[in-house]
Design a protein around this ligand. Structure first.
Ligand SMILES: NC(=O)c1ccc[n+]([C@@H]2O[C@H](COP(=O)([O-])OP(=O)(O)OC[C@H]3O[C@@H](n4cnc5c(N)ncnc54)[C@H](O)[C@@H]3O)[C@@H](O)[C@H]2O)c1
Ligand SMILES: O=CCCC(=O)O
Length: 499
């Protein structure tokens, strides 16, 4: 067992298998893949390399379990989710350690993620009993229309590595609340958090087959095709890159038609108007840009600052990054504020964006380089001034710790710039002018807006995008709807003569 794992209070939460029909199992082939700690490169453990056959077994288990789980009362499902939530809180230290070990985010952030992840189970435990239908006055005399909501069936949940816990509970919490059963395909980079979560669900009494979790690295295309093309799978919920999202949508349509939710990439604008509270805007930018070292889909990617306050904002932001940020491995040193990126490909992309911007005239105010002395996956938190639209960072999601500052003159100009991207996930802006607040919030082409705040994530709030950032909403009162269908029933009770 890798050294940090000995710090787990409950060592049985570290599981190197997949859960199918209530049993932890290996792949039929016996093949596995290695999972590494991005901070040290050390192997944490191994997980099963599932194939088409293994995946089909998990789908069959979920289909079988659906026959009985759909009949569990809403209150019964709520109790299961509440029990799972309680176990997450009781085991929060172990879950946080697993998140940090396999994702690299600092321990304080991992604890924040675990609390955030648990909040989806609490939220959906409360939503489960509230999936009301309608009674609708009919057009035709003698008819009464009512609607009921039904669980869609077996759901395939495919999640990314950047939030190893929250992306799973945000989907699975909603699906179980609706009465669905699930096959979770966790990411190859962070399978152990997923396994621990699913083990806790079983300890909370979730029946066998209701939650299945599968892993693969090399067989991802085959497993993805199996999940999307199976006639038993009625819904695919995916969080990840836009390219993979488009591929999965095509596959879903090849053999069957499925309900789909796609939470895809972002390229969030962050706008600071000259009437803003500059200190608050700096704090907002720090949170929004550097959360998880910039590896969050809603991270600010392009920071637009109005002419009159540009230098003040840039200097304050750079000073804060220079004076307060410490890069490293938070499991080795408690004062570390920012961990490694997930792998060297991520570092390479961030480095390319910096080199490209500098070659086209940007100025590095702080950071700007890799930190090989810490390991191949570390990059300094960076602030770049003098950004222009020709630079790569303007059109591509950096997904790393680089704050690029663009200068603008007018509201009209910045709204146009903000919207000049295919992506439409989140946007942020800071202003004290109420009329501008409404105007700009309405004009931004995104699914989520942060006004005078850099942190919008909340289990009570609908999370999701428009344009190439996907569709569907997670969390909130809307999240459960993604896992249900509306059935309409028309009653004919007879035409009565007017009294
Ligand atoms: N909108 C959101 O809520 C949200 C949240 C987190 C991440 N993201 C986006 O995700 C991207 C980064 O995550 P990533 O690099 O892990 O994305 P990715 O698309 O490469 O991987 C996401 C998941 O899809 C799986 N996958 C990859 N190819 C597949 C295939 N052919 N069939 C089935 N599954 C497949 C991966 O194994 C992983 O589990 C960024 O663009 C980021 O913005 C979006
Ligand atoms: O990166 C994706 C999700 C982040 C969040 O829920 O705030």
């Amino acid at each position: 067992m890798a050294s940090y794992l000995s710090q787990l209070k409950d060592k049985s939460l570290f599981i190197e298998q997949c859960l199918v029909n209530g049993r932890w199992i290996h792949a039929k082939s016996g093949r596995t893949f290695k999972v590494e700690n991005p901070a040290t490169g050390e192997a944490i453990g191994e997980c099963p390399e599932f194939s088409k056959d293994d995946t089909e077994a998990a789908i069959n288990a979920a289909a079988q379990a659906f026959n009985s789980f759909r009949k569990v009362t809403a209150r019964g499902r709520a109790k299961l989710l509440r029990g799972w939530y309680n176990l997450m809180l009781e085991n929060a230290d172990d879950l946080s350690l697993l998140v940090t070990l396999e994702n690299g985010k600092v321990l304080a952030e991992a604890k924040g993620e675990v609390a955030y992840a648990a909040s989806f189970l609490e939220w959906f435990s409360e939503e489960a009993p509230r999936t009301y239908g309608d009674t609708i006055p009919a057009t035709n005399a003698g008819n009464q229309v009512i609607t009921i909501k039904e669980p869609v069936g077996v759901c395939a949940l495919i999640t990314p590595w950047n939030f190893p816990a929250a992306m799973i509970t945000r989907k699975a919490g909603a699906a179980l609340a609706a009465g669905c059963t699930v096959v979770i395909k966790s990411p190859a980079e962070t399978p152990f958090t997923a396994n621990a979560l699913v083990e806790l669900a079983h300890r909370a009494g979730v029946p066998k087959g209701v939650i299945n979790v599968i892993t693969t690295d090399r067989n991802i295309v085959e497993v993805g095709r199996t999940l999307t093309m199976s006639p038993l799978v009625k819904k695919v919920s995916f969080t990840g890159s836009t390219n993979v999202g488009k591929l999965l949508m095509r596959q879903c349509a090849e053999t069957t038609l499925k309900k789909i939710s796609l939470e895809l990439g972002g390229n969030a604008p962050f706008i600071v108007f000259d009437d803003a509270d500059i200190e608050a805007a700096v704090q907002g930018a720090l949170v929004s840009k550097f959360r998880s070292s910039g590896q969050t889909c809603v991270c600010a990617n392009r920071i637009f600052v109005q002419d009159a306050v540009y230098d003040k904002f840039a200097n304050k932001l750079a000073a804060h990054v220079r004076d307060n940020f410490v890069v490293g491995d938070s499991l080795k040193s408690a004062n570390v504020t920012h961990g490694p990126l997930i792998h060297d490909r991520a570092v390479q992309k961030v480095h390319e964006h910096v080199i490209d911007a500098v070659s086209k005239g940007a100025k590095i105010l702080v950071g700007g380089r890799k930190v090989p002395e810490l390991g191949p996956n570390f990059f300094q938190p960076t602030v770049l001034a003098g950004m222009t639209c020709e630079m790569k960072l303007a059109s591509e999601e950096t997904f790393g710790p680089v704050a690029g500052l663009f200068r603008f003159k007018t509201e009209q100009e910045v709204v146009k710039l903000a919207n000049s991207t295919d992506m439409g996930l989140a946007a942020y802006f800071f202003t004290k002018d109420n009329q501008r607040a409404w105007r700009v919030a309405k004009a931004l082409e995104v699914g989520m807006v942060g006004l005078n705040t850099g942190l919008i994530s909340d289990s009570a709030a609908p999370f999701g995008g428009i344009k190439s950032s996907g569709f569907g909403r997670e969390g909130s009162k809307y999240g459960i709807e993604e896992y249900m269908t509306v059935k309409m029933i028309t009653f004919y009770y007879g035409v009565t003569s007017a009294i």
